[in-house]
Ligand binder design. Sequence first.
Ligand SMILES: O=P(O)(O)OC[C@@H](O)[C@@H](O)c1c[nH]c2ccccc12
Length: 256
Amino acid sequence: MDASEDELAPEVRSILAAARDRSGGESRVSVDARSFPDAVDAAEDEGRVPVVAEVKPTSPTTEGTRADDPVELAREMVAGGATALSVLTEPEHFGGSTENLRRVREAVDVPVLRKDFVVSEAQLDAVEADVVLLIARFVGDDLPDLLEAARERGFQVLVEVHDRAELDRAVEAGAEIIGVNNRDLAKLEVDLETFERVAPHVPDDATLLAESGVSSVEDARRMRAAGADALLIGTAIMDGDVRANAERFTTAETSE
Ligand SMILES: O=P(O)(O)OC[C@@H](O)[C@@H](O)c1c[nH]c2ccccc12
């Protein structure tokens, strides 16, 4: 463990340790990806706020587990206007699975993001997805190689950053889809100012996501005003009627 890992919340250290032990797929995947930037543009043209709705059965910061069929939840989210979906595949801390992702991607026609803690090339082969997440803080110096390895397989790549230094590394590596995570992985606390601080430095041609902590229509408007092309929303959509929740956020700029 390097020095910066000492600063991570214990839950996050446990997630990372588990991620390092996880095996990859049996053979190399080749993905015919649905374009995420095009889906974002289409939503925008139709007057909807581009929302990536997340199927997240549980998390270290959520109470309880939602046991509903992920496919049902996914369909409801799309019916509520979601532009894309994010599906947790991390099994031990988020209740996810690669099987959930496979089934969801088969059931909907929007782009689907694989939400996991991928730290090695072989893990990219665990399941097909339209977009795969790489977390700058966790992949460290391997970011350029993993980005390249993911693209060779046909994935689009969402690179998650939390501060200016990580953003610079993402841009340097050639990231085209960038997410600023409002949740600090050291303390697990959410602060929407994180996005506001980092967003002005993101190149204009990147597709920019605000991730985590968007819990109200006001938060959604605030992130959009700060430059978010799309919002990644989990808890606030998973809690209650997912269709109505998704609709509330996708219409945040056209409702009262
Ligand atoms: O539930 P929230 O606060 O709306 O957050 C969603 C998403 O941003 C969060 O689940 C997340 C952001 N980055 C991650 C990395 C791995 C697992 C999960 C995440």
